[in-house]
Every structure is written in C-alpha cells, then in structure tokens.
Design a binder for this molecule. Structure first.
Ligand SMILES: O=C(O)CCC(=O)C(=O)O
Ligand SMILES: [Fe+2]
Length: 253
C-alpha cells in the first residue's frame, strides 16, 4: 500500500520530518538545506509469500551520474527479511545510468513482453551485478532511518509475517537542482515547515504546496517528479533519451 504519514501538524514529528542527523548527512552529500520534494510511505501488508517488485530505481528518466537525490526511509516497526524488508543492491548507484533501465529503449521487443510493469532495471544488467555484490534485505530497528541514493537499485519484497511492515519515504534534492516536485501540506503546518527551514542546525526546506484545509493523507495523489528544471544541470546529463517524467509525460499504455 502506497500510503504516506498523517498530514496533521500535531502528528508531523520533527524527528522524522526533519531529522537532524539525516539532514546533516544529506547536506554533506548534496549541499546545504536539502529540498524535500516527496513524502510517502510503503506499507507491506502481512501474509504474502513469494511476490516481489522488479528490481528498479525510483527514476524513469535520464539522470545525472553524481548524487542528486537522497531518500530517507524511516521504519515504524522492526524489519528484516522475516517481514519483507526492502531488497537493496548496495553500491549499484555508483555506476549506473538511465541506459540500465527498461524504458531507456521503450521499443525494445524484450521490454514490450514485460508489459504490466513499465519500469525497472534490465535483467542483463542486474545479473552481472549480482555476481559482484548480491542484494541484501537489511535488519533495521523500529525508529531507525536508512539513507539511500535515489539511483540505488532495490525492490519491495512481500511480507510473510502476520503484521504490516511500515516504512516512510522522503525524497530530497539539492537547492540548485530546481526539482518541481511539491509536497501538499495543510496551512496549519506552515509554522513547522518554516521552523525546519530556518533553524540553525541542519535546516531542511519543504517544497510545499499549502492548502487551506485539512488533508487526508490516504487520498493525496502520487506525484513522484524528481527531475531537474535547472537548464545548466540538464545540459550535463549523459547523452541518452529523456525518458518518462511523472506529471510531464503521458504514460504509455
Ligand atoms: O516497500 C518497499 O520495500 C519498497 C517499495 C518501493 O521501492 C517502491 O514502491 O518504489
Ligand atoms: Fe522503489
């Protein structure tokens, strides 16, 4: 289930929405005052065996080969392979590009066979990688955060335990990247957001779209646009097709 955290200011805890140590690490990688462009969560309901997502990165377009996006995953329950912790391909972000993705060549006959999932890493790419560094399913304590590069290959794995596995996800980009992704928040959260942006230690800036009502986190639209609008940044991207950007391109059928 794709379901974000409640958007009620009294439940928007600063140690998750603006976690100091996580922001400190991210600021060292992508620059000061990281921008938050996306807030969501993945709940793997219990009682499922054998199902999995294809290996993918949360990217569907031509991207840079240096760090430009960081995801923080906060765990609200203890996780391990026993309850479907995310499969992670450690190090895969260090030498990857859009050419590793299926939709780099959408007319590829192999890709057409895979209709039903549009995106993901090409099989011929992840098999050699497995020989070098096979994927892991981490064991993580409730209340911990896993920080990962947006380019990292990973996959959701079904949760065979009886209880839901709950993980929150926040996507951050550098200030100069000009990412259009906005987080819909209630007007009542403006004070919190301003405080996080202006605090002395580890400020973090929400690219927020404030609405004058309460917001039901269960029905906010899924808008994962992590692309850059900075023309200079775009000009240094690898010479590859543009790919698909959510909210800007039509989904192929
Ligand atoms: O829930 C998970 O473990 C991973 C989900 C995921 O990677 C996704 O939906 O893009
Ligand atoms: Fe993902």
């Amino acid at each position: 289930m794709s379901q974000g955290p409640p958007l009620e200011p009294s439940l928007m805890y600063s140690d998750i929405w603006a976690n100091g140590p996580a922001v400190s690490v991210m600021s060292a990688i992508i620059g000061p005052k990281p921008r938050v462009n996306y807030v969501n969560g993945n709940t793997a309901l219990g009682g499922f065996i054998g199902a999995r997502q294809p290996v993918h990165a949360d990217i569907t377009w031509n991207h840079a080969k240096s760090p430009f996006g960081i995801v923080t995953n906060y765990y609200l329950v203890d996780v391990s392979a026993a309850n479907g912790s995310t499969e992670l391909w450690l190090g895969s972000h260090r030498d990857t590009s859009f050419a590793d993705h299926w939709n780099y060549k959408p007319d590829d006959p192999d890709f057409k066979v895979k209709k039903g999932f549009m995106f993901g890493i090409r099989d011929e790419k992840f098999e050699p990688r497995r020989e070098q560094a096979p994927p892991i399913q981490p064991t993580v304590k409730r209340g911990s955060v896993v920080i990962r590069d947006l380019r990292l290959w990973h996959a959701g794995i079904s949760n065979p335990s009886p209880d839901p596995r709950i993980m929150l996800a926040f996507v951050h980009t550098p200030w100069y990247y000009e990412c259009p992704g906005k987080v819909a928040l209630p007007e009542g959260a403006r004070g919190l957001v301003e405080e996080w942006a202006s605090r002395e230690n580890n400020p973090v800036v929400y690219n927020a779209h404030f609405v004058p009502t309460q917001l039901d986190h269960k029905v906010v639209p899924f808008t994962p646009n992590f692309s850059s609008r900075n023309k200079g940044f775009q000009a240094m991207l690898p010479d590859l097709p543009r790919g698909f950007v959510y909210g800007e391109d039509e989904m192929a059928d």
